[in-house]
Design a protein around this ligand. Structure first.
Ligand SMILES: [Zn+2]
Length: 254
C-alpha cells in the first residue's frame, strides 16, 4: 500500500515536472537592452520581434514601403511570418513605433494586416467605406506620421468596392450619413471617362483608382503638416489598388 502510494507520488511529480517544464519552454520573460521585460518564445519558428524606436528611426520611407510589398508577396505565396502574437502584445504594451499608416476600406475582404503580413505594433490602419478622408481621419493620419513617426502613408482602394459601386449607382437608403459618405466619391466619378455604369469592370476599376488619387490630393491640400513632411522627404505617400480576386497589391503611378 505504502509502496503503491509512493509510486503514485513519483509518477505525479514527474508529470507535474514535465508540465511545468513544457510551459517554461514555450515562452520565457527576459530583459531587453532597455531593461524592459519582454516575453520571448523559445521555439525558433515563432517571431517575437516588434518595431521599436531604433528600428523605426533607421527605416527610410522607401524601405518601409518595400517591407509592406514584401509582406504582400509572402501573403500571396502563403509563406507568411509565423508570429507569437501574445509575445508581441506584451512587448508593445509600453509604446508603439509603427512603420506605416494605411487608409483602406472597411470591406471584410481587405484585412490590411494580413495583406501586408504585419504583426502587432507594425502599422496604423484607418478604415472607412470607400477610403475617403475627413477631419477625424486626417487627424489620425497626422498623429501616425508626425507624432508616432511612421514613414509611409498608403491610401488603398480595392476591386469590387461596395461603397464605390453604391456611389456610382447613386444608392439612397434614406440616411444622410450614407448619402454624405457616397458624395465624397462623386469627384472621382466625375473624373472618370466613360459611361456611368457599375456593371462595367474597367470603368469601376478606374473610379476606384481615381478615388484613391482624389483622396491623396485632398490629404495634401487639407493637411499642410503631412504635405510638408512629404516635401521634406520624411515620409512617402503612395496610392494602391487591392485585388479581391488574387490578393495582390498594385502601386498606383502618380
Ligand atoms: Zn470598399
Amino acid at each position: 500500500m505504502l509502496k503503491k502510494n509512493l509510486l503514485s507520488a513519483i509518477v505525479l511529480s514527474a508529470l507535474i515536472g514535465f508540465t511545468s517544464c513544457d510551459q517554461q519552454n514555450s515562452t520565457e520573460t527576459v530583459n531587453d537592452s532597455n531593461g524592459n521585460s519582454v516575453v520571448e518564445n523559445t521555439e525558433d519558428s515563432l517571431v517575437t520581434d516588434v518595431m521599436n524606436k531604433d528600428t523605426q528611426s533607421t527605416l527610410t520611407p522607401d524601405e518601409a514601403l518595400q517591407d509592406l510589398l514584401n509582406g504582400n508577396e509572402r501573403y500571396l505565396s502563403g509563406d507568411m511570418i509565423n508570429r507569437d502574437l501574445h509575445a508581441q502584445v506584451v512587448s508593445t504594451a509600453e509604446g508603439q513605433f509603427p512603420k506605416a499608416v494605411v487608409l483602406a476600406c472597411i470591406d471584410s475582404r481587405v484585412p490590411v494586416e494580413y495583406i501586408f503580413d504585419q504583426g502587432v505594433g507594425d502599422i496604423f490602419v484607418a478604415r472607412v467605406a470607400g477610403n475617403v478622408e475627413d477631419e477625424a481621419l486626417l487627424g489620425s493620419m497626422e498623429y501616425g506620421l508626425a507624432v508616432a513617426g511612421s514613414k509611409v502613408l498608403m491610401v488603398m482602394g480595392h476591386q469590387n468596392c461596395g461603397a464605390v459601386k453604391s456611389a456610382v449607382n447613386q444608392v439612397d437608403v434614406g440616411s444622410d450619413n450614407v448619402t454624405s459618405l457616397l458624395n465624397e466619391i462623386e469627384p472621382a466619378i466625375a473624373k472618370t471617362e466613360g459611361e456611368r455604369n457599375a456593371k462595367d469592370k474597367n470603368y469601376m476599376e478606374s473610379v476606384v483608382k481615381n478615388n484613391v488619387t482624389e483622396t491623396i490630393e485632398n490629404i495634401r491640400e487639407r493637411s499642410p503638416l503631412i504635405s510638408n513632411m512629404e516635401k521634406e522627404g520624411q515620409i512617402k505617400i503612395v496610392g494602391a489598388y487591392y485585388s479581391v480576386e488574387d490578393g495582390k497589391v498594385q502601386l498606383l503611378e502618380e
